[in-house]
Design a protein around this ligand. Sequence first.
Ligand code: NAP
Length: 495
Amino acid sequence: MPKHLVDQASATPRIAIVGAGISGIAAAVALRRAGFEDFTLYEKGTDYGGTWRDNTYPGLVCDVPSRYYQFTFAMNPDWTRLYSTGAEIKAYLCRVARERDLLRRTRFGVEVVGAEYTGAGWRVTLSTGEVEHCDFVLCATGFLRDPHVPDIPGLDSFTGTVMHSARWDHDVELTGKHVGVIGTGSTGTQLVSALAGQVPRVVLFQRTPQWILPTVNREYSAAAKAVYRRVPALGRLAYGGNRAAFALFSRGLVRPGPVRRLVQWVVARNLRTVRDPELRRRLTPDYQAMCKRLVVSDRFYAAVQRADVDLVTAGIDRVLPDGVRTTDGVEHRLDILVLATGFDSHAYMRPMAITGLGGRTLDQVWVHGPRAFEGMMLPDFPNLFMLIGPHSPVANHPLTAVAEAQSHRIVHWLRRWRAGEFAAVAPTPAATDRYNAGLRAAAPGTVWTTGCRSWYLGADGLPELWPGSPGAYEKLIRRTPAPTDYLLTHAMSRH
Ligand code: NAP
């Protein structure tokens, strides 16, 4: 065996994981289970949880059932409800991280600001000014991370409190306040549902109406939790049942047919529970259900029908010092303005400055939008992996499952590195182009391209989601990678 391979085979790779949300935790746990201990989890925040740490607004509930929105290696029998609150999910993620002993490998309050491939590994620059060297970089930076603050004239002039939903300030007193909410996505609808009746007036500024899937968020009784605790197989059964249901649902997302028609029928019927025809008209979307992320709620329509909730459908003209003026000239007096306006979901690991082979930067490579090979890797960026990278958000499928599958793939490559098979791996440009051409070809069949504006769509108007079933993506990512899709290189010296 050549000397460099012998050296490498006796070595353990040094790994930087960027981000300690769902996918960072999944990756770190997978590394530990596979015996890769030399990793550091960098987290710019002060705790685990990613988006579940950042989002604490009133009414936050995950719209994927708790028994499915969890790691298969850490099934929780004690979920309190069918759909968990954000706080419960965050507590779960923190508990998993602590139980798996990730704390001693985590650096909180440290942002990775840059990563440069040196030819013999990655030079990682931290916000503290430190520079670390490692063999692999895993970007687990999420995509619902950077709040989108809309460019609305006069926003800075508001003298009350303005806050983005993902930066909720719990010191702000709500009692007696008139609260405006801009945005009718999953967040805005949950906020309005929670605030209605708690404050004297809620004003919802709706640019585009949403289809709402009704549901009931029932509580698990103490007896049910005890049974789940005593019979772990029941938890696995519930996970499997949800998985099957979501697989069926995803058929409606990726191709026309009966599921799409059924969902359309259910949401249209739900809309009829709004009694006032004029209000119902203003809440009626002009696009197909599921084109935007479907909102799941048992409370929203009841909330908007309250006398103390105003649905405003005129466009926003400007923000005034004491409220919002709409294009019909009406001034809505407000004390608090909440921006439930979503996220810059196409940033992925940016603004981290990433430089690959030949000085190529991520910004250059992604000038036409984020692209990757199988959602995880980039040509010319060896030993760099993304978790939940471009096109790997799998619609309403829980990211816990996607992150677990992708971690499995990462461990595959790490094992081969440790066995001395290569020093650096990256997909070929041809494989990456072919993969992305396949995604583009599949896009027109999906519901996301049927005519609506949504954060799912990239600048080219095509969805940045996986256009197939969740099972197909997992199968793709869990299979043994095809050798012809990758360039493996062997370095003669390691840094
Ligand atoms: P979103 O779905 O992107 O919705 C943003 C809302 O803000 C939209 O209604 C949008 O209107 C509106 N908006 C943006 N800019 C505006 C402007 N300049 N003027 C007026 N309105 C403006 O964001 P989100 O609700 O935060 O949800 C993002 C994703 O997070 C969800 O799709 C979901 O994946 C996840 N999420 C999940 C849950 C859950 O599990 N229940 C809860 C919250 C979030 P248009 O529709 O006209 O663009």
